[in-house]
Design a protein around this ligand. Sequence first.
Ligand code: SAH
Ligand code: SF4
Length: 382
Amino acid sequence: MTASLIATTAATARVNLLGMTQQQLEQFFLDLGEKKFRAQQVMKWMHHGGVTDIGAMSNLGKALREKLLQIAEVRPPEIVSQHDSTDGTRKWAVRVEGGGLVEAVLIPDGGRATLCVSSQVGCSLDCSFCSTGKQGFQRDLTAAEIIGQVWLAIKSYDAFQSGKGRVVTNVVMMGMGEPLLNFDNVVAAMDLMLSDLGYGISKRRVTLSTSGVVPALDRLRELSEVSLAISLHAPNDALRSQLVPINRRYPIAELLRSARQYIDAQADSKRVVTVEYTLLAGVNDQPDQARELAVLLKDFPCKINLIPFNSFPGSEYRRPSGNAVSRFWQVLVDAGYIVTVRTTRGDDIDAACGQLVGQVVDRTRRSERYRAAGQAPEVETG
Ligand code: SAH
Ligand code: SF4
């Protein structure tokens, strides 16, 4: 009786090595009385080789493998479904422990492929236009579940052996959840994205998006060098507090101060913050509001990414017309900003990642629209 209880406990409490940073894994092996270079060997198997079977990690030695099999495992999250769009976008629904579902989307675009990764099941911040927020918060993803989304994207293309997973060139933390509210796990997973023993992605090509958890952003600048996107969505506090409730605690001036300090802390002085601005018809998409935004962001080192609202059932908002988008865009361009308009891909498979990606804007219609505006905007996918 007692023996079987212990066995059960051991089986369910196995530590998942997939989400451990190099430092954590080295400590794990030291605690086992092993040499710390074992961490590097295991990381290469998992992240470069895509191997989950500890028994197959042949350079570990039989005794160590047997010991590890008792206490550890390499467990990526489980794919529930995978859909391919005709434009090459691939979307996964991923089941995490305890039964929750999150989404990851890979969006190829020329030479690059951007993976949109979730950080939480649901979200507690309840932005008024976000369907993840409407679900409420269920739980944080573990570091293994976050990095596991990168792992399974590469695995699904059978691309582990063919060059360090170049299937994923960019990662955006813009799926479900607020990454800064799952701080330690997100920082660990981003460490693995950047690490040479992980996925070797350049720090400029990993982007964390936050709605403005200022104290956590202040902490992040001590620990991380990834690119930063802030979800602004309004040119003043009165409107932003309605759309993004956390603004009532950390208003725009504090968010901009923290974001500026974040990029000022980076060694590379050319970096800028991406300002995300979801356009909601009749709410925040008026030319006056674009002018107010241009004044607000004066001298703030940024580029602006306009995201036409992606509607979902039960939502009170509407997506602005193409003309409204281009008018808003034009005001900002005339004020000297670099402005991209995010389009969605994978429309035929409903590849909205969380809710960030809107519907595919038909290319013909879009080019006509921007010709009407006299200039073509840069278009950013992801
Ligand atoms: N929680 C983080 C990251 C996930 S959301 C954040 O809020 O930044 C990623 C981006 O998609 C954010 O800018 C978010 O405001 C935006 N977004 C959420 N719902 C949207 C919708 N229905 N249409 C368009 N953009 C949306
Ligand atoms: Fe959460 Fe971001 Fe959605 Fe706001 S927009 S509810 S912070 S996921």
